[in-house]
Design a protein around this ligand. Structure first.
Ligand code: SF4
Length: 95
């Protein structure tokens, strides 16, 4: 069960209108790990186009980075464990 996963934080996933821009350094990271092509199109395994569209409007108030983080950045973060009922289970390790 998800709630048996070891995690430090449950971070609520928030949503805003319109697309958000990913920071350039995050884009570079995604590209180097093969999750984004040269044109900036995201290629996330197991994520449907519909889901991806939704993810692009989501963000979290990250308790580790103490900043608003684009959900896509959170999704690929080493601390990300899973998404359960509108929340991210976050390991909470220092980044
Ligand atoms: S998984 Fe990473 S980006 Fe997401 S809330 Fe945790 S530390 Fe922040």
């Amino acid at each position: 069960m998800a709630d048996e996963l070891e995690h430090k934080f449950e971070v609520e996933i928030l949503e805003r209108e319109g697309r958000q821009k990913l920071p350039d350094d995050v884009k570079e990271e995604l590209k180097s790990s093969g999750m984004m092509d040269e044109k900036g199109k995201l290629k996330l395994k197991g994520v449907s186009p519909k889901m991806l569209k939704r993810m692009k409007q989501e963000y979290v108030e990250c308790p580790v980075l103490k900043d608003q983080i684009h959900f896509i950045q959170c999704f690929v973060c080493p601390n990300f464990q899973s998404r359960v009922m509108g929340k991210v289970l976050c390991k909470g390790d220092k980044l």
